[in-house]
Design a protein around this ligand. Structure first.
Ligand code: PHE
Length: 347
């Protein structure tokens, strides 16, 4: 049969044909499939060579086996290299395709800010919260009793005209003041009482500085020995925190049926520091809230002994504070939700 030369030539022809084949392999999948074409033990160009062993003369078997193994190792290496080459190329292609351009400008998500009213309310809550006040959530719909009668404003009292009221029925109305919350608290709680009550109130009133719906924050302290001095001291701290250091308060006599004495509280103008400007209309002072010592009759009607306890109360207009603080001249701007306006106020 065959001699060694013939065998060696045959193997070298196989190797040449493989080298030719490889030139036509153009991607990883083909390389992977070509491995089978070479190495399959039954059909493979190289893999099946050992099956020929039976036909090889005895004295050539060892040499044949050795040469076939050499060819096998070479072929194995060749397809390994081929696979590796395509794998890398394909991976690089993918990396290129999926590459992220970190120099692209990022998408900006605009973060909104709280409404100026909410900002002021939160500031008020923080200031009074730090003085130990609890929050009471009142009702926007009230009975005549809580909004008026219990606050010492009986049916025919002229003070009812101070606040133009939206009646829902003869018995129910939209509260005109957060003071109605005072009554609920005093009916439900024994002194010591120390609450603030922020919320919406409603009055049939509409111009540049008045809106049919606006917000107030009530404050109420009832305990033994509470006087107007406590009110003044507390408000002195409050105005400095909300309008800035050095802001002073001034109490002017006023009238509210549910406080006696009653005061109107002014603050020294934080824009001109008392010199007189447009904001304070040349007076150096700006009116910010109503307050007073809780009328004994109101305490008694709520079942609190006015010989033992006394109280102070105040009512702050939240929009009014926001308008003063942020220089807003029309209250409507606070209710129109124009982001061009609201964007500018981020305190
Ligand atoms: N409720 C009064 C108002 O709306 C304000 C006020 C509250 C006055 C508490 C005195 C005490 O005008």
């Amino acid at each position: 049969m065959a001699d060694l030369n013939e065998l060696v030539e045959k193997l070298s022809a196989i190797r040449t044909s493989i080298e030719e084949d490889i030139k036509n392999v153009s991607n990883f999948k083909e390389a992977f499939e070509y491995r089978k074409v070479l190495m399959d033990s039954k059909t493979g160009k190289v893999g099946s060579l050992m099956r020929e062993m039976g036909k090889i003369p005895g004295e050539l078997k060892a040499e044949y086996g050795k040469r076939v193994n050499e060819l096998k190792n070479w072929a194995q290496g060749a397809v390994d290299d081929l696979e590796k080459k395509f794998k890398e190329a394909e991976l690089n292609l993918r990396y290129e395709k999926e590459a992220v351009d970190v120099t692209l400008p990022s998408k900006k998500h605009k973060i909104g800010n709280l409404h100026p009213n909410t900002q002021v309310r939160n500031q008020l809550v923080d200031i009074f919260g730090s003085m130990g006040f609890d929050i009471f959530e009142g009702n926007e719909i009230e009975t005549d009793y809580y909004n008026f009668t219990a606050l010492n404003i009986p049916a025919d009292h002229p003070a009812r005209d101070m606040q133009d009221t939206f009646y829902l029925s003869p018995d129910f109305l939209l509260r005109t003041q957060t003071s109605s919350g005072q009554i609920h608290v005093m009916e439900a709680q024994k002194p010591p009482i120390k609450i603030i009550s922020p919320g919406k109130v409603f009055r049939s009133d509409d111009d540049a500085t008045h809106s049919p719906m606006f917000s107030q924050m009530e404050g109420l302290v009832v305990d033994k020995g509470i006087t107007l001095c406590d009110l003044k001291g507390m408000l002195d701290v409050f105005v400095e925190k909300i309008f800035g250091d050095g802001t002073k308060t001034r109490l002017r006599p006023s009238y509210f049926p549910f406080t006696e004495p009653s005061v109107e509280v002014d603050v020294s103008c934080f824009a001109c520091h008392g010199k007189g400007c447009k904001l304070c209309k040349g007076t150096g002072w700006i009116e910010v809230l109503g307050a007073g010592v809780v009328n004994k009759k109101v305490l008694e009607d709520c079942g609190i002994d006015s010989d033992v306890y006394s109280g102070i109360a105040f009512g702050i207009g939240i929009e009014r504070i926001a308008m003063l603080k942020y220089g807003i001249n029309n209250i409507k701007l606070l209710f129109e939700s124009d982001v061009r306006v609201l964007d500018q106020i981020d305190d």
